[in-house]
Write a protein that binds this ligand. Structure first.
Ligand SMILES: O=P(O)(O)OC[C@H]1O[C@](O)(CO)[C@@H](O)[C@@H]1O
Length: 245
């Protein structure tokens, strides 16, 4: 595991944008795994600028997102489809049939999970997967207790996750209770992983992820077993580590 310490959120975002952009330019990343949530917003802003300033062609790139809420259509303003349109896809020139997310409203989520898992395999797997981390140590929407060998599946969201994500919804009662998420087994097969964390709210989860016992009760601890994991986190998120970075 490589840990890169950032001064603050902006510094984390710039370091992460550089990290991804360098690998895109080198052609190392043909399939890029993307994340949603508050954490990567600053990274996406900067990545857009790097891509557009350098006129980098993304014509061969495929992206696969970690998750989507069950019950929301692709057009729903709270869907992760719309988040990705707003935060990354619209401002860059990427073929839309190469940006992939699970669909939340197919009416047959089990079949959708199978389709999405197969798609990832058909693309040849993920070269670089971007992750955030939940305060309870979740990755994607894999909540505490999720199997380390899980594949893309429908999951129930933890009450704390519903609470944390309510800030994006006008009505807290409208936060979906279920999501489709890439499984931990699927995520762990990514050839490289980049995890971002910012702020003291994430410090306990980050400490467990880096120094804690590997347990399904804290999903992110499985990342200790990954052979190519980079963590870019700011000082506050790293503040509970017992060792100095
Ligand atoms: O970046 P945030 O908003 O703190 O969210 C952390 C994690 O929680 C999720 O948003 C899911 O609740 C993940 O997608 C994200 O990685």
């Amino acid at each position: 595991m490589k840990i890169i310490k950032a001064e603050n959120y902006n510094d984390m975002s710039e370091k992460a944008a550089q990290f991804i952009f360098e690998r895109l330019i080198r052609g190392d990343v043909k399939v890029l795994g993307l994340a949603t949530g508050g954490t990567p917003v600053g990274l996406y802003k900067r990545l857009i600028k790097h891509i557009n300033d350098k006129n980098l062609s993304l014509s061969a790139l495929h992206t696969v997102n970690l998750d989507e809420y069950v019950g929301l259509s692709d057009e729903d303003p709270n869907s992760y489809h719309q988040y990705m349109e707003d935060e990354l896809f619209r401002p860059i020139n990427i073929p839309r049939d190469q940006t992939h997310l699970p669909h939340g409203d197919t009416g047959d989520s089990e079949a959708e999970c199978k389709r999405y898992e197969r798609l990832i395999q058909d693309l040849g797997g993920i070269d670089l997967q971007l992750l955030g981390i939940g305060q309870n140590g979740h990755i994607g929407f894999n909540e505490p207790g999720s199997s380390f060998s899980g594949r893309t599946a429908v999951v129930d969201l933890a009450p704390s996750t519903i609470e944390a994500n309510a800030r994006y919804f006008t009505d807290k009662n409208k936060v979906p209770r279920k999501a489709i998420t890439m499984g931990i087994g699927t995520i762990m097969e990514s050839r490289s992983i980049l995890l971002l964390a910012s702020g003291k709210d994430k410090a306990e989860a980050v400490k467990k992820m880096i120094e804690g016992e590997i347990t399904e009760q804290t999903p992110a601890t499985v990342l200790q077993n990954h052979s190519d994991l980079t963590v870019i986190a700011d000082k506050e998120a790293l503040s509970q580590l017992t060792r100095d970075i």
